[in-house]
Design a protein. Structure first.
Length: 177
């Protein structure tokens, strides 16, 4: 169970990425250096053919990593920052300090060391900034499985998840190197 706005923001971004054609490999992948909120890949060839996933049941066909040396794939390590109104750090953008970037870089290196089949793919670090607002004052914890989106969120538009309103305010591709 959770009342964690960070997890809700990550779920919103994961759903938005999937609607854009990305495949989510991991939610909250962690190691001794830290955690990466989302790890996703995009198959450029499959993206060019939007009909290739029609009728595909994700429960029967879980995401599989791309094949080695796949030149049409991009691997993204996504940091999600979820903030309520009146925050001090520019909706989370100022929280991506040089030390946070270094920590994410080391974590990504360990991920790639554990998944050598993905190590030759082009990689990038993206940052998603999400605005959060609680609609109801329930003290009852909400399970993430109870608030999974039933439709695709739209960039910049309010999206309701289990009594919470979230807005994907900014998605910065290749936010740092």
């Amino acid at each position: 169970m959770t009342n964690n706005k960070g997890q809700l923001g990550e779920q919103l971004v994961a759903t938005w990425l999937q609607a854009q054609g990305w495949t989510i490999l991991h939610h909250r992948w962690h190691c001794r250096w830290g955690e990466i909120d989302l790890i996703a890949y995009w198959d450029l060839e499959e993206r060019e053919n939007p009909l290739s996933n029609l009728g595909r049941n994700p429960q029967l066909h879980p995401p599989t990593p791309p094949p080695p040396n796949a030149e049409s794939y991009i691997l993204a390590f996504v940091e999600v920052k979820t903030r309520s109104r009146g925050n001090w750090d520019a909706d989370g953008g100022l929280a991506i300090t040089s030390s946070k970037q270094a920590k994410l870089w080391r974590t990504a290196e360990l991920f790639l060391a554990e998944h050598p089949d993905l190590s030759d793919l082009p990689c990038r670090f993206d940052v998603a900034l999400v605005r959060y607002h609680r609609l109801c004052q329930s003290s009852r914890p909400v399970a993430i499985s109870d608030v999974l989106p039933t439709s695709a969120p739209q960039f910049g538009e309010p999206f309701t998840l289990g009594g919470h309103e979230l807005i994907l305010q900014n998605y910065i591709e290749s936010a740092f190197c």
